[in-house]
Design a binder for this molecule. Structure first.
Ligand code: MG
Length: 257
């Protein structure tokens, strides 16, 4: 008899504890829900086969077939050539090329190859560049065993920020930049409201970590900002007849942010 009473008491007690636990759990869930957001739901994007391949919401700027997204900086058919392997190669002296479309803040993927045949040294060895909004240069250079001023080597924001490391591959090998670029903003009177910022991965290695761009890229003198529109063309540099060999590009895509 005593045993039965004890057992019943134990069952009741267990039930009470469980009910209390449930109440506690319910109140925790309610409390947690106060900091949960269910909307807006991020739109679906299907990633590429590899992280180098364009996701579904990217604009393809060059896929090895045509230069329909590009023109000369001041208009007209680009002077660069498409090789048999689909690479887009600079024709030295033909001028920079610019996207027909303007872009502001963006994510950019671009692949580039320094010529295997080395010519020139320092800044004349495979010099090109990616100019965001036509103004802010992420340097492209053969910096594999090629000393130059460090704020002008590959991965630098030219004359502004030295890359964190040198992640260059050998000349003749394809390399990549993956970039997050935040556009500058300007007040209506043209004064700078917020500077541009940039993060760069070179061959998957972080070389610029959300650094502040100081203004329009300058070869001589200090950079400064001049107001421009919200969207400007992306420009690829032809460094001209400098004695170096021409570099090539492929697989260029961009996502507007
Ligand atoms: Mg350059």
């Amino acid at each position: 008899m005593k045993k039965t009473i004890a057992l019943s008491a134990a069952i009741i007690l267990t039930g009470t504890v469980m009910a209390q636990k449930k109440i506690n759990q319910d109140s925790l869930v309610k409390e947690a829900a106060k900091t949960e957001f269910w909307e807006p739901v991020p739109k679906l994007v299907t990633p590429g086969k590899t992280n180098s391949d364009a996701p579904t919401d990217a604009i393809i700027l060059y896929n090895g077939k045509d230069v329909s997204q590009w023109q000369k900086e001041k208009g007209g058919q680009p002077g660069w050539k498409i090789d048999k392997d689909g690479a887009l190669t600079v024709v030295k002296g033909s001028g920079n090329i610019a996207t027909k479309q303007g872009f502001g803040s963006c994510q950019l993927h671009i692949e580039w190859r320094e010529p295997a045949a080395i010519a020139g040294a320092s800044q004349t060895r495979g010099n090109s560049g990616v100019f965001f909004m036509g103004s802010y240069e992420l340097q492209v250079l053969d910096s594999y065993n090629n000393p130059t001023y460090v704020n002008g080597q590959a991965g630098s924001i030219y004359k502004q920020h030295v890359p964190l490391v040198n992640a260059c591959k050998k000349p003749g090998e394809w390399q990549s930049y993956d970039v997050i670029f935040t556009a500058p903003t300007f007040f209506s009177d043209g004064k700078l409201q917020s500077p541009a910022r940039i993060t760069v991965l070179h061959n998957g290695v972080l070389v610029q970590n959300n650094v502040e761009i100081k203004g329009h890229t300058e070869w001589i003198g200090q950079p400064k900002y001049t107001a421009h529109s919200d969207k400007e063309p992306l420009i690829l540099q032809d460094h001209g007849l400098d004695g170096g060999n021409p570099i090539s590009y492929r697989n260029i895509w961009i996502r507007e942010l």
